[in-house]
Design a protein around this ligand. Structure first.
Ligand code: SF4
Length: 348
């Protein structure tokens, strides 16, 4: 295996020239690093920027986050997906208030013990915000090191993570662990790309890369075959009452816990069955117009949806709520899985 000692100097020199100007890098506080790292686990850097700025303006420190009502928190998170992470942030902020005087601890093990903070996030906060020499190994870093070391085993296994963790520790300069970890993330995001050919010719650590030397960088990382996603079919109801949209109040469990949903039924119902279903809930829809089908992909599940647009009157079933357009925009957090159908209502 090629020695990775010595790769930090060219990597850091490259990073200091090309590092993107990102709002959380300017701030650099433990809170900013924590929030940005959790958001970056959801989506791309460019997509995170406006969320990050909005979130930090509304909730500038752990005290504000710990005291934030769930509805407001989920609204700030709306569009990022995987709302359990937002709930985890608040839970963690409450612990910080109770046990650490509202500050993130400058200790890797204590960070790891906090709710919603795994080894990667703990490593990122410890190294970037506190300068502690610990790795922060995410999918990008796994990919980069699997190529650097031409690691031929399944990268999804815990053993692979251990190997990469050790390689990062060996290569990490003790005087710049935060920059080193960020440089690896930057390399994975802009040069050693996950899809298509990596840009080996402009890579600052190409001299250390076994996969490049072997002429097969795309052979790494080695992964098992993907399991097909579980398919779930739903019929969604986009129902108007008193010029407001009918929503179902959040349930405490399930995939979209804590969020407002559109009323729905399992399976794809034809119009007659859809009307019958609404009748069983005590609802008469004055019109029921079919909407185009839509799909949404979660990590392990695929939703195939059909929908109906309708007008209803009379009392709502228990657990339903009405939302005006303004409340939809500013108050209720509705998951992006429903976005196509909510847009139909807004555009009707
Ligand atoms: Fe990735 Fe190519 Fe650099 Fe190796 S030389 S780390 S494969 S970009």
């Amino acid at each position: 295996m090629t020695s990775l000692y010595g790769m930090s100097a060219p990597l850091l020199s490259w990073y200091r020239q090309v590092a993107r100007d990102l709002p959380w890098r300017k701030d650099g506080s433990p809170y900013a690093v924590w929030i940005s790292e959790i958001m970056l686990q959801q989506t791309r850097v460019e997509a995170v920027k406006p969320y990050y700025t909005r979130f930090l303006n509304a909730l500038p420190d752990p005290a504000a986050l710990a005291a934030c009502p769930d509805d407001v928190l989920y609204k700030l998170w709306q569009g990022l997906g995987y709302y359990r992470r937002a709930a985890g942030l608040k839970k963690c902020a409450i612990r910080l208030m109770e046990e650490y005087g509202g500050q993130l601890p400058a200790n890797y093990e204590q960070l790891l013990d906090l709710p919603g903070i795994g080894p990667y996030t703990a490593g990122a906060i410890a190294s970037i915000a506190f300068g502690l020499p610990v790795p922060a190994v995410d999918g990008n870093v796994l990919r980069v090191f699997s190529r650097l070391a031409a690691y031929g085993e399944d990268i999804t296994l815990p053993a692979a993570k251990k190997v990469v963790d050790e390689l990062v520790r060996q290569a990490m300069p003790k005087d710049a662990p935060g920059d080193f970890n960020q440089a690896l993330m930057e390399l994975g995001a802009t040069v050693c790309l996950p899809k298509g050919e990596p840009k080996c010719l402009v890579c600052p650590v190409q001299a250390f890369c076994q996969a490049k030397e072997n002429g097969c960088p795309t052979a790494y990382p080695v992964r098992p075959e993907k399991k097909p996603k579980k398919l779930e079919r739903y019929t969604l109801f986009v129902l108007t009452s008193l010029n407001q949209l009918c929503l179902v109040k959040p349930k405490a469990d399930g995939l979209l816990q804590g969020l407002y949903a559109l009323p729905s039924a399992s399976g794809h119902l034809n119009r007659k069955d859809a009307e019958t279903y609404l009748h069983t809930l005590g609802i008469t829809a004055h019109t029921l117009t079919p909407l185009p089908p839509a799909r949404h992909i979660f990590t392990h599940i695929r939703w195939e949806m059909v929908g109906y647009l309708g007008q209803i009157s009379g009392p709502l079933p228990k657990g339903w709520a009405l939302a005006s357009r303004d409340a939809l925009d500013h108050r209720y957090a509705v998951p992006s899985a429903y976005a196509r159908y909510v847009d139909h209502w807004k555009e009707r």
